[in-house]
Design a protein around this ligand. Structure first.
Ligand code: BGC
Length: 767
């Protein structure tokens, strides 16, 4: 804790004492913890010689300076330039590119800048490397299901190695938007609904991409996005208005961004939405007050695609010049794809609508980023290195392993899985089974379907290596969307002839990701009818879900004995799923997001506040009349081929002061017959506070691997950062909320999902 924050803590405590007298049960202690962010945090990367940057700035014309703030999209298909961009480079009117990639292509473009532009400043190549560059890992929502930050860090570091070998030194990832609404297609790009899990995985990704120094070989600068509350789009409609209270912003939407910042993230990208009425691109609260002043982020902030120009459509800027002025004034540094800084910048400076100091500040940040990346010394990449790094065996093996760790077993009645040695024939059915493109998900960077192992290919390869080599038959059954039921007959015939059915259904990749909002989360097309037809044969059936968001699969959950959630698993999809189906690995992932029963329940998330009338049999309580309130599958849920038991939850202390700490320990035992993984989850509930608190909030987790009969004690440290919340003096509706730990009783719940668990309590004492 810094000196300054200690002082603020005691001042605050005095202020709040007044409240104590009025509300004796709510003795309030304010505590400044790291989340308050009073210290400045340098981004990682090599130390920059500011003198070099000063000299450069002194030499550059205004045109060149504005050029550094311009990011343009190159040719996404070829990795090269689009018409007209060569001239811009020669004139120094572009500072960075999106989509330019590949060692050869990026070197050629770089050469142009270094040999022909006025100040010979290297270009920076950025790309949407979301879950891998060429070797594709599971989509982020899938990787989040691993509840394994080490695995996520490894995937990100491999993505960084491949991307940097291809000349890409800036990745537009991690996407850390909390998403409580599966109608929003971009839920696939993030870590789901929980800020704590989201923060841990944001840290893992930033560390994986950047390491300790993003200027080091094989590292890239990360860009955390989309700042902020993009996932709160009303109605789940992409790009839509978000209305979020200050407290919810600080407690739910900010934490993963803050975690990325604490991990040294190089850059931020603003969101496309407006937040409480003001577009995120120019929002003075989120961009000015929080990011720049409270958090003291001094790195590059980049707009999202054409977002500066879209200020006009938002209705906050009258014209292009106005939009450029607003964005620069708000503290935005780089404009992606629209060209308003470049077109209107000189005039705005002449008319003193934008200061030279602001322009220089933005340019300095871009030059610092380039310098930290080492681009001034090493602007080119080695084509031979690219060849050896991209899609190496080592990278593919890692992708298979991470995909395996991301699988979530949702049902396994009668132990249909893993497939036993008695299985002599397997029917592989469904529109997702033989498609090598879909497993890459909606945003696959340079991933290619020709590198990808489909589920059918994975099952065939695995079956061929089993004793007795079980026969594998395939029938598509129906299209993923639209089409007819003509293929049902063949699928049903194949099911009848086989010992077991693996039925691969879900969403095409195009139905997931950006601009794919939906009002129905049912399996599209004829897929549910296909499942029903196959199920009617009475053959043991396993549904493998390939999808990017929670689906409403009530009928399947009730009738089909085994369900494996695979998400979009990436390049090694088929191998990883087959590993699990045949029991070579034991699924141990957990859902990072709630599965609703019906779209009508949305938003449905586990860490909601309590109401004054929680649901009960009594009519006048908070519930639906037509379906239960609860989810189909809760957050944190996932089964295993073995069983685990939790026991002996102990707290090291029964009482702590507001700034105190304690340890919760619990024993977890594998009481089944196979080795397997369990994710032990710790949730906290603040029983009485000056504001309604979530019914439970994740504050710790650990994925453990145990042999049959083995047990382990898992320990969680609990401190003020886990107990406090954001609040402010109710007399002022202001932005400067404080993080406080209020004395009173706290409940600790340790379980294997958010549904239930062992319970213990402790008290935080007054001042
Ligand atoms: C997306 C960003 C992405 C950018 C560049 C935008 O449409 O919202 O996430 O980084 O495009 O491709």
């Amino acid at each position: 804790m810094s000196r300054q924050s200690v002082r603020r803590f005691s001042e605050l405590a005095t202020v709040w004492t007044g409240k104590v007298a009025q509300r004796p049960r709510l003795i309030v202690a304010a505590l400044a913890v790291s989340m308050m962010a009073t210290m400045a945090l340098p981004v990682s990367g090599a130390v920059v010689d500011e003198k070099v940057i000063d000299d450069l700035l002194a030499r550059m014309t205004v045109t060149e300076k504005l050029g550094q703030l311009q990011q343009l999209g190159g040719n996404v298909a070829t990795g090269g330039l689009l018409d007209g961009q060569e001239g811009l480079i020669r004139r120094g009117q572009v500072g960075s590119f999106l989509n330019v990639r590949g060692a050869k292509s990026s070197n050629e473009v770089q050469k142009l800048a270094l040999e022909s532009s006025p100040s010979k400043i290297p270009l920076l190549f950025g790309f949407d490397v979301i879950h891998g560059y060429r070797t594709i890992f599971p989509v982020p929502l899938g990787m989040a299901s691993s509840w394994d930050p080490k695995a996520v860090e490894r995937a990100s570091s491999i993505a960084a190695r491949e991307a940097s070998a291809a000349g890409v030194r800036w990745v537009f990832s991690p996407m850390v938007d909390i998403a409580r609404d599966p109608r929003w297609g971009r839920i696939v790009e993030g870590a789901g609904e929980d800020p704590y899990l989201g923060a841990k995985l944001a840290t893992a990704q930033v560390q994986g991409y950047q390491g300790a120094d993003f200027g080091a070989p094989g590292r890239v600068a990360a860009c955390v996005k989309h700042w902020v509350a993009y996932g709160a789009a009303e109605g789940g409609r992409d790009y839509n208005h978000a209305e979020v209270s200050n407290r919810t912003l600080r407690e739910v939407y900010f934490p993963p961004f803050r975690a990325a910042l604490d991990a040294g993230v190089g850059t931020f990208m603003t969101a496309l939405n407006d937040l409480n009425g003001i577009p995120a691109t120019v929002n003075p609260f989120t961009l000015g007050q929080v990011l720049r002043r409270e958090w003291r982020f001094d790195g590059v902030v980049l707009s999202d695609y054409q977002a500066v120009e879209q200020l006009i459509e938002h209705g906050v800027a009258a014209n292009g010049a106005d939009a450029a002025r607003m964005a620069l004034e708000a503290g935005l540094d780089v404009e992606m794809e629209s060209t308003l800084f470049r077109v209107h910048g000189e005039r705005l400076l002449r008319d003193r609508k934008v200061s030279r100091a602001r322009l220089d500040e933005a340019v300095r940040r871009v030059l610092q980023l380039k310098a930290r990346l080492g681009l001034f010394e090493n602007p080119y990449v080695d084509e031979a290195v690219e060849q050896s790094v991209i899609l190496s065996k080592e990278n593919r093996d890692a992708a298979r392993e991470v995909a395996g760790r991301s699988l979530v077993l949702l049902r396994n009645e009668g132990n249909v899985l893993p497939l036993g040695s008695n299985v002599r024939s397997i029917a592989v059915i469904g529109p997702m089974a033989d498609d090598p493109q879909i497993p890459l998900g909606p945003w696959f960077a340079d991933g290619r379907k020709e590198d990808t192992v489909s589920l059918l290919a994975g099952i065939r390869a695995k079956a061929a290596g089993r004793p007795g080599a079980p026969k594998v038959g395939y029938a598509k059954g129906c299209e993923a969307e639209g089409g007819t039921k003509d293929g049902f007959e063949e699928a049903v015939r194949l099911a009848r002839e086989s010992d077991v059915v693996i039925l691969a259904v879900g969403e095409t990749a195009d139905r997931s990701g950006e601009a794919t909002s939906l009002t129905s989360l049912d399996l599209p097309g004829h897929q549910l009818d296909l499942i029903k037809a196959v199920h009617a044969t009475g053959k043991p059936t396993v549904v493998v879900l390939i999808n990017g968001r929670p689906l409403t699969i009530g009928w399947v959950a009730e009738h089909v004995p085994a369900i494996l959630e695979a998400w979009f698993p990436g390049t090694e999809a088929g191998h990883a799923i087959a590993d699990a189906l045949f029991g070579d690995i034991n699924p141990g992932g957990k859902l990072p997001v709630t599965f609703p029963r019906s779209v009508g329940q949305i938003p449905l998330y586990y860490n909601h506040d309590n109401t004054g009338r929680p649901p009960s049999d009594f009519k006048y309580t908070s519930k639906y009349m037509d379906i239960p309130n609860g989810p189909l599958f809760p957050f944190g849920f996932g089964l295993s081929y073995t069983q685990f038991k939790l026991k002996n939850l102990k707290l090291s202390k029964r009482e702590i002061p507001p700034e105190g700490r304690l340890i919760a320990s619990v024993e977890v035992e594998n009481v089944g017959k196979r080795a397997g993984d369990e994710v032990v989850q710790l949730y906290i509930r603040d029983e009485v506070a000056s504001a309604s608190r979530p019914v439970k909030a994740l504050r710790g987790f650990e994925r453990v691997t145990l042999a049959p009969g083995e047990s382990k004690t898992v320990r969680f440290a609990i401190g003020p950062e886990d107990l406090g919340f954001y609040t402010c003096d109710p007399r002022f509706i202001v932005h400067d909320m404080q993080f406080v730990v209020e004395p009173g009783r706290f409940k600790v719940i340790v379980g294997t999902s958010s549904k239930d668990g062992l319970v213990a309590t402790f008290d935080v004492t007054g001042l």
